[in-house]
Write a protein that binds this ligand. Structure first.
Ligand code: ATP
Length: 456
């Protein structure tokens, strides 16, 4: 990558030498001979990297003062100090003030190039980490304003800093892992690792190796397991009731003894790990059936947290849809779609057995498959069959989705009109027989038809 590099030195020879070497490497260089020129150059456009002489003879500010000033307004800008022979101590103080590194005069060309490349690389990595962090924080936000989700958020905030073991229960796809990640992010371990182990995705015979690691075989094979990997952080054990009973016994021992041995090993490994576990099963039933050790359950469930199913907080559906659309657009470039009132009503009434994950999948499917151009509003009849099928239909079998977007009174009128027309047609227009079948007085049926505007 060709970088924009500013070289600040009072000696013209040095400026030209440094610029020449770096330009040979494909970079674009600007130069400044005084502190004020340097500050002005940085203000006119922030460079990617600055080489800054410590002395800066004849300038208003010396190199260290320029460094302090630039760092105050551009903390991310990497600055490499150019130090004269014998003033290493000053160079060290420059590092303390935030300089990335220093080179000592006289320097060799390859050393200069190396320092420049390293400084640019470090700055690029820092920026990438910052962007990724921001993106993942955005991706893993617990959305919703319903009472149920507010309560969940509050509980997480209260429990996060305590280090207590937490057992999260909730239906599949309701957001248990997201709750665990949020808990970790708000805890004192936030800078430590968050490691996930899921009983459903590993075979029973490799389960212990995955959890505890291996230290065996002729080559003294050694592999770190999830527990060790999570040292200093959080281990999220997904679907705890699905682990074999023997593994459950070993997990219990780790909780009691605070240490463990790798599979086939003799060393005792001591780790500092917060364990957050989860299950979408009815744990009382799992214990009664002998599939989950009760003692393990009590050890893990110091603080139980229940994540509500989506059907318990339907008012969050519109916000979740908007959130996922935005997320999917950013990740895939698919254009967002406008969702019509009737479609939204259907999505809100759906039962969502697969919870938030299922809603997200449907939003993605809609964005890929919905007919019409991007400007066309998505209407209820365009929804995937999986969602639309549960809407009560009108007798004619069409427009059922529309009913969901109407107040009861209007919906009832549409229904009654279609229902009565269908019944009258069935009895070949014979009002008496229709009235008898539907259980109304003949005169009342006449009045009804009149009020609905149906000729009878
Ligand atoms: N309140 C929410 N706000 C935003 N996204 C959510 C919310 N709840 C869940 N999600 C998203 O829904 C998906 C499923 O959530 P998650 O994996 O946490 O569920 P889970 O309960 O752990 O699932 P499983 O039972 O399969 O382990 C993820 O993409 C997650 O980011």
């Amino acid at each position: 990558m060709s970088a924009d590099i500013l070289i600040v030195d009072d000696e013209t020879d040095i400026r030209d030498l440094v610029a020449g070497i770096l330009e040979d490497e494909g970079h674009r260089c600007r130069t400044a001979g005084s502190s004020d020129d340097a500050l002005a150059a940085i203000e006119s456009r922030r460079p990617h990297l600055v080489f800054l002489d410590i002395w800066l003879q004849g300038s208003r500010l010396d190199g260290l003062q320029v460094l302090e000033q630039v760092k105050a307004s551009h903390p991310e800008l990497p600055i490499v100090m150019i130090s004269g022979h014998g003033n290493i101590e000053t160079a060290v103080s420059a590092i303390k003030l935030g300089a990335y590194d220093f080179i000592e005069k006289p320097f060799k060309a390859d050393r200069l190039v190396l320092v420049a490349e390293r400084a640019l690389e470090a700055s690029r990595l820092k920026r990438e980490v910052r962007e990724l962090k921001a993106r993942s924080a955005q991706a893993s936000r617990i959305c919703g304003k319903s009472h149920a989700i507010n309560q969940l958020r509050q509980t997480i905030e209260r429990v996060a800093p305590t280090n207590a073991r937490v057992l999260i229960t909730g239906a599949p796809g309701s957001g248990k892992e997201l709750a665990a990640r949020t808990l970790h992010g708000l805890s004192t371990r936030a800078n430590g690792p968050f490691v996930v182990i899921n009983a459903a995705t590993i075979t029973p015979d490799t389960m212990e190796a995955e959890l505890f690691g291996i230290e065996s075989g002729e080559a003294r094979e050694r592999r770190v397991g999830a527990l060790e990997e999570a040292h200093g952080g959080t281990l999220y054990i997904d679907e705890i009731a699905d682990f074999p009973k023997e593994t459950q016994a070993r997990i219990l021992r780790v909780l009691v003894e605070q240490n463990f041995q790798r599979v086939g090993g003799t060393t005792r490994v001591h780790v500092d790990v917060r364990i957050v576990s989860s299950s979408s099963r009815d744990l009382a039933a799992e214990i009664a059936a002998g599939r989950l050790r009760e003692d393990l359950f009590h050890r893990l469930s110091v603080v139980p947290i229940r994540v509500p199913a989506l059907a318990e907080r339907r008012e969050d559906v519109p916000e979740l849809i908007a959130f996922f659309m935005d997320q999917i657009t950013r990740a895939t470039g698919l254009p967002p779609r406008r969702i019509g009132h009737d479609a939204l009503a259907v999505l809100q009434t759906h039962d969502w057995p697969g919870n938030v994950r299922q809603l997200r999948n449907n939003v993605e499917r809609l964005m890929i498959l919905a007919a019409g151009d991007v400007e066309t509003e998505v209407t209820a009849d365009m929804l995937p069959a999986e969602v639309g099928a549960l809407v009560p239909a009108t007798p004619s079998g069409t427009g059922g989705e529309k009913l969901m977007s109407l107040p009861l009174r209007e919906a009832r009128e549409i229904f009654e009109r279609e229902y009565l027309m269908a019944q009258i047609a069935r009895f070949s227009g014979n009002i008496s027989r229709t009235a008898e079948f539907i259980g109304m007085e003949r005169s009342a049926l006449h009045r009804k038809l009149k009020s609905l505007g149906v000729g009878g």
